[in-house]
Design a protein around this ligand. Structure first.
Ligand SMILES: [Zn+2]
Length: 71
């Protein structure tokens, strides 16, 4: 489900790097959520857990979880 007003980016070239760390656990971040108050970084695990509520307050979401190799 996508809300029309929100910019949701899946970039071909990675924006997030190994230096970007999840605000919750310090693992590598794959999702960057921009809100009016600032930006939050999430690993895949915490992005999955919080995405539903984040979508309500985010102005932009950069989702690079597709770059994660999934078995
Ligand atoms: Zn995390």
């Amino acid at each position: 489900m996508t809300t029309a007003w929100m910019e949701e980016t899946e970039s071909a070239t990675p924006v997030l790097t190994a230096a970007d760390r999840c605000d919750q656990c310090g693992a590598r971040a794959w999702v960057r959520v921009t809100m009016n108050s600032g930006q939050l970084l999430f690993c895949a695990h915490h992005a999955n857990r919080h995405m539903e509520s984040l979508r309500e307050s985010a102005v932009a979401i950069l989702d690079e979880r597709h770059l994660l190799a999934e078995d």
